[in-house]
Design a protein around this ligand. Structure first.
Ligand SMILES: [Zn+2]
Ligand SMILES: [Zn+2]
Length: 392
């Protein structure tokens, strides 16, 4: 198929893709609870003639299409989970479950991959195997990692893997990518600083965890400013600081929750070392003790050069309305497709979700995936398969 044929064919299915997306949007399911979503995905893949494998990492689904005798294989991945947010869009197809919402556009990602599946099943203009990977739990708890632990790439070997995220702030359909790190690693240390509290009027008879923790928060800001190479991206955010119950009580503990982002292993290691040294040292200087539970989260999402160039060439071929953007720097958001890129070559790219004022940021209650992306993104996936697995 040519690029325009791919777009034309998928445009003919645009209303069906929109209907699938709106249905998923109305019925959001949180991480590892995507039972309805995975049922719909599995049913649709089976209807299209894919070999369907279910129950990988709970609700994960893989649809496999093989054609010809080619031995090469490609993996395309979509995430299916929603977020615990009360939707305020007022859309006709808004969430029917208060407190759950597709606020990251994974409804769109799922519909796009089903669109690509339909296109590939109908045209079969490739020689080899494509694995369509629908993963649970992208948000925070690593559905991709669990799928890999449960043998994803042993059972479904892939020569390369690809995925995308819709990206508010970029014009609709604009393709943005970079080789190397495109998204950051995220670690989430929890700190508990404790000391003998006491009466708020008798501070000299206590060690005050609130004062110690406040000093820790301030001192942590010196890590990025003074320890990390200024040319290397890094973030240390204290997102939660909880302590105390009343104005006249010095509490016995204070709790901090951090979000720590980095784009390379040496910086990640440095951040962990400096955070632990500062927390311990500053707490002790204030007469308190510190306990740190240093939770290492998603690694950095690192694109391989050849596959990035390949995805870029397919995007150029599709001739979107906007020029391709080569990102100068990674975003500090994190993404668990990183685990799949640790095992396979591949590329994670962004497609613009629109840059108008109506296009809200990810994870906000008035966000919505842009339906205009459905056809373009499915065509991008479809053409990547055809070019990765060419007929001889
Ligand atoms: Zn998200
Ligand atoms: Zn997302």
């Amino acid at each position: 198929m040519t690029n325009s044929t791919a777009l034309d064919r998928l445009t003919a299915h645009a209303s069906e893709l929109r209907a699938i997306r709106h249905d998923l949007h109305q019925h959001p399911e949180l991480a590892f609870e995507e039972t309805r979503t995975s049922e719909i995905v599995a049913r649709e893949l089976a209807r299209l003639g894919c070999t369907v494998t279910r129950d990988i990492a709970g609700t994960g689904v893989v649809g496999t299409l093989s054609h010809g005798h080619g031995r090469k294989s490609i993996g395309l991945r979509a995430d299916m989970d929603a977020l615990p947010i009360v939707e305020t869009t007022g859309l006709a197809y808004a969430s029917r479950t208060s407190g759950k919402m597709h606020a990251c556009g994974h409804d769109g990602h799922t519909a796009v991959l089903l669109g690509a599946a339909r296109y590939l099943a109908e045209t079969r203009d490739f020689d080899g195997t494509v694995h369509l990977i629908f993963q649970p739990a992208e948000e925070n708890i690593g559905g991709a990692e669990r799928m890999i632990e449960e043998g994803l790439f042993k059972r479904f070997p892939c020569d390369a893997v690809f995925a995308f995220h819709n990206w508010p702030g970029l014009p609709t359909g604009q393709f943005a990518v970079r080789p190397g790190t495109i998204m950051a690693a995220v670690d989430t240390p929890t700190v508990i600083i404790s000391g003998p509290g006491g009466h708020g009027a008798i501070p000299h008879k206590s060690a005050d965890p609130i004062v110690a923790a406040s000093a820790v928060v301030t001192a942590l800001q010196t890590i990025v400013a003074r320890n990390v190479d200024p040319t290397e991206p890094a973030v240390v955010t204290v997102g939660a600081f909880n302590a105390g119950t009343a104005c006249n009580i010095i509490p016995e503990s204070a709790r901090l929750e951090l979000s720590v982002r980095s784009c390379s292993s040496p910086v990640r290691k440095l951040l962990a070392e400096r955070i632990q040294a500062i927390v311990k040292g500053v707490s002790e200087a204030h007469g308190c003790k510190a306990a740190i539970d240093y939770e290492f989260g998603y690694p950095a999402t690192v694109n391989t050069a050849g596959e990035t160039q390949f995805a870029r060439e397919v995007a150029a071929e599709l001739k979107g309305a906007h020029p391709i953007i080569d990102l100068g720097a990674p975003t500090m958001i994190s993404e668990d497709f990183a685990y799949m890129l640790e095992v396979n070559p591949g590329c994670y790219f962004m497609l613009g979700n629109g840059d108008g004022p109506e296009r809200k940021m990810l994870h906000t209650p008035d966000y919505d995936f842009n339906d205009e992306l459905l056809v373009l993104a499915a065509a991008q996936f479809g053409r990547m398969v055809e070019r990765f697995l060419p007929k001889s």
